[in-house]
Write a protein that binds this ligand. Structure first.
Ligand SMILES: Cc1ncc(C[n+]2csc(CCOP(=O)(O)OP(=O)(O)O)c2C)c(N)n1
Ligand code: SF4
Length: 350
């Protein structure tokens, strides 16, 4: 955390396709604790949006309550934002999404915000395949309210000043897979090289894209007995492979030996390339992913990477055939098509 950010920027800072430097994607100066994993995730979001050359006004940032939910203030300061009530971000995201399909919806939540008070909301956003990126900044505790155990804390894991946790954790990745999520990833706030392409692919994904990011809370849950501490995560992290994201407009230049990379083309023509994936790992097979997660758990490993992806699913807009145009741009004639159209609808209901 630093309170001083110079206004001066080098005149030759790299720009993206829109001519923007990274500054256009930054937000207010963070007030989180120095070393908090959440700040690194904000940095990865800034980097991903800069590299994707996203127009900031096309993004809607949504969150609940918590240190994690505060972070949208610290990135994309030129975008729309709605800081909702604790655990209620998914319903706000659903409403906004249905009213305007042209925006990019970026939800940020915490493990407390999602796995406890917001659980009922989260599961329905997943099963509806709402077109959004949903990031959980998972530190195993309620940082904002001084470090109580959250529902993702492992059995025996201990926060500063707390007792070892007695309860089985909720694994949000497994849950999202069970509920039919069409893009499921896990990463670590300290691994920007992995996180940035994951965020880019998740933004390009049509449907619900879930990223569970282990993000240590340095103030309350970075102890030697915590399984969400920097040391523990670094010692137990295991990646399924590497992911490259190639946006639609970019020519694919790098080549790999046949069989060494698996490519999935997304609905907009972008490509996700899986590299160095273990032989028995198939990110398109939900059951195989479940098995890999279970095996990792048995070995005390935290499995990261783009774990599962289905690039050809139908999102909520397709399922319920929402308006192609944002509701705010519909004319009176479109909103009120007249008695004849109403008669046809009524006849269809008899
Ligand atoms: C309805 C309601 N209940 C409880 C709270 C108190 N509260 C604020 S943040 C929080 C938990 C935050 O934990 P998490 O979502 O994991 O975020 P973190 O601070 O760890 O990033 C709680 C219980 C609240 N603000 N509103
Ligand atoms: S209390 Fe924990 S989660 Fe909150 S800002 Fe500090 S380190 Fe981050």
């Amino acid at each position: 955390m630093t309170y001083i950010r110079p206004n001066f920027r080098h005149p030759e800072l790299p720009t993206n396709e829109l001519g923007y430097t990274k500054k256009a994607y930054e937000g207010a100066i963070s007030t989180l604790c120095a070393g908090c994993g959440h700040d690194s995730i904000s940095g990865a979001i800034i980097q991903a949006c800069f590299e994707l050359s996203i127009e900031p006004h096309r993004v809607a940032k949504l969150s609940g309550i918590g240190c994690s939910s505060k972070t949208p203030t610290y990135f994309l300061g030129n975008s729309h934002g709605f800081n909702s009530v604790h655990g209620r971000m998914p319903s706000v995201a659903t409403g906004a999404n249905l009213a305007n399909r042209d925006m990019i919806y970026l939800g940020v939540s915490g493990d407390g915000d999602t796995a406890s008070i917001g659980m009922g909301q989260f599961v329905h956003a997943v099963r509806r395949n709402l077109n959004m990126l949903y990031i959980v900044e998972n530190n195993g505790c309620y940082g904002l309210t001084k470090g109580q155990d959250s529902a993702t804390a492992d059995v025996g894991s201990q926060t500063k000043g707390g007792q070892p946790n007695l309860y089985e954790p909720i694994d949000l990745v497994t849950l999202a897979l069970d509920l039919g999520a069409t893009f499921v990833a896990r990463s670590f706030s300290g691994d920007k090289a992995q996180l940035v392409p994951l965020i880019k692919a998740a933004i390009a994904h049509r449907g619900f894209a879930f990223i569970d990011v282990v993000s240590p809370c340095v103030t309350f849950n970075n102890t030697a007995a915590s399984t969400k501490s920097y040391d523990f995560v670094r010692d137990h992290i295991e990646a399924t492979g590497k992911v490259d994201f190639v946006p639609m407009k970019e020519e694919i230049t790098t080549e790999y030996d046949p069989g060494s990379a698996q490519e999935v083309t997304m609905h907009d023509g972008s490509v996700v390339r899986f590299r160095k994936v273990a032989e028995n790992y198939d990110p398109s097979d939900r059951n195989a992913v479940h098995r890999a997660l279970q095996q990792a758990k048995e070995k005390d490993q935290i499995l990261t990477g783009l774990l599962y992806m289905n690039a050809s699913s139908r999102d909520l807009h397709e399922l319920i055939q929402t308006s192609q145009k944002p509701l705010r741009s519909l004319t009176e004639a479109e909103l009120c098509p007249g008695q004849k159209a109403l008669d046809v609808i009524n006849a269809g209901l008899r």
